[in-house]
Design a protein around this ligand. Structure first.
Ligand code: 5AD
Length: 345
């Protein structure tokens, strides 16, 4: 089992030579192949509402963004979309929304209906809630929960998440694990003031927490957010918010946690044409095609120009597109629900 020292991780994150970075990606790719194989698990992403009560300063759907039209899908629309996820042949639906869009009871009902009608793993990505709410959703049948830390640098976390402190989120992640969820988290790379050292600490923290899935993307400035404006007005970052930097974090994640699930994120695909493929070749083993109906999708603008590849509500079309794409990379679509299978203890 590969345990790199903090100093080694920092050294690799700071490495400026592309050739050395390529070697890092190859190393991560070999570990990916050995521990999770060539299957790429597909998760149908449903962004069921862009209503949010939070003030996160990087996110385009924060409650201060009054220019954005808000929507919430009806339970019938959500069930129809879940049916499409099944038709596309995916084993998991990811229900994502802003926070407080639907009541805990409404979300419970949706989980119950999906689990009674379809053979799907349900991943929730709906923000911070009291333990009893997470417990209720687990009892209703939810399998997994995504709650990103975004950064573990305390003062930066506080700046970008004005509503609640980092320690609460870490407690929630521990709680989600205790409740039996497969638990996902992750960070953004290239936030203003973020340091290489803090990313190394984030990786070690996520490893310590025994997280089951880790999604990383570059920070993409959104012009209607305070943090986005800072960058667009010329402020530079210490850590570059580039594809290569995000790929290095993906690769280090795989090296440090060989058997977890790692998505090739839409944020990486958005900053570079080769992003999706490059992450799959640097440790990632998951894709999350967007199954949100087109009429809503354009309003789920957490950052601008979210890359449209693999967004299609026609299940047959997306199935074919993804299958051909994976074949071209020498990989195959995953079978079953694609949960974490431990190969290391
Ligand atoms: N840039 C990059 N990623 C972002 N996210 C939200 N806003 C941005 C942004 N401006 C990511 C966060 C969040 C996920 C749903 O999208 O990591 O957890």
């Amino acid at each position: 089992m590969n345990i790199l020292s903090r100093e080694k991780i920092i050294g690799r994150l700071k490495e400026a030579h592309h050739e050395k970075n390529r070697e890092l990606f190859i190393e991560a790719d070999e570990i990916r192949k050995k521990h999770v194989g060539d299957q790429v698990h597909l998760r149908g992403l449903l962004e069921f509402s862009n209503i949010c009560r939070k003030k996160c300063t990087y996110c385009g759907i924060n409650c201060y963004n009054t220019t954005l039209p808000r929507y919430v899908m009806s339970p019938e629309e959500i069930l129809e979309a879940a049916g499409n996820v099944v038709k596309a042949g995916f084993g998991t639906i990811v229900l994502q929304s802003g926070e407080g869009a639907l009541s805990p009871g409404e979300i419970e009902d949706i989980i119950l209906s999906i689990k009674s009608k379809f053979d799907l793993a349900v991943t929730l990505s709906a923000g911070e809630h009291p333990s009893k709410v997470y417990e209720m959703w687990k009892k209703a049948g939810a399998d997994r929960y995504l709650l990103k830390i975004e950064t573990g640098m305390e003062h930066l976390y506080a700046r970008i998440h004005p509503d609640s402190p980092l320690k609460d989120r870490i407690e929630m992640l521990k709680n989600l694990k205790n409740l039996g969820y497969e638990t996902g988290t992750g960070i953004m790379v290239g936030l203003p003031c973020q340091t290489f050292e803090s990313i190394a600490d984030d990786l070690l923290l996520m490893r310590e927490l025994d997280i089951d899935m880790i999604g990383t993307g570059p920070f993409i400035p959104h012009p209607d957010t305070p943090l986005g404006k800072e960058l667009l007005e010329g402020k530079s970052t210490i850590v570059p918010n580039t594809m290569e930097m995000a790929l290095k974090v993906v690769a280090m994640t795989r090296i440090l946690m060989p058997d977890i699930n790692i998505p090739s994120t839409t944020a990486i695909a958005t900053v570079h044409q080769e992003g999706r493929k490059s992450a799959l070749n640097a440790g990632a083993n998951i894709i999350m095609p967007n199954m949100t109906p087109a009429k809503y999708r354009k309003f789920y603008e957490i950052y601008p120009s979210k890359n449209p590849e693999f967004s299609n509500e026609d299940p047959e079309a997306i199935k074919e597109k993804v299958t051909n794409y994976l074949k071209s990379l020498g990989r195959q679509a995953g079978t079953g629900q694609g949960g974490r299978k431990r190969t290391v203890r």
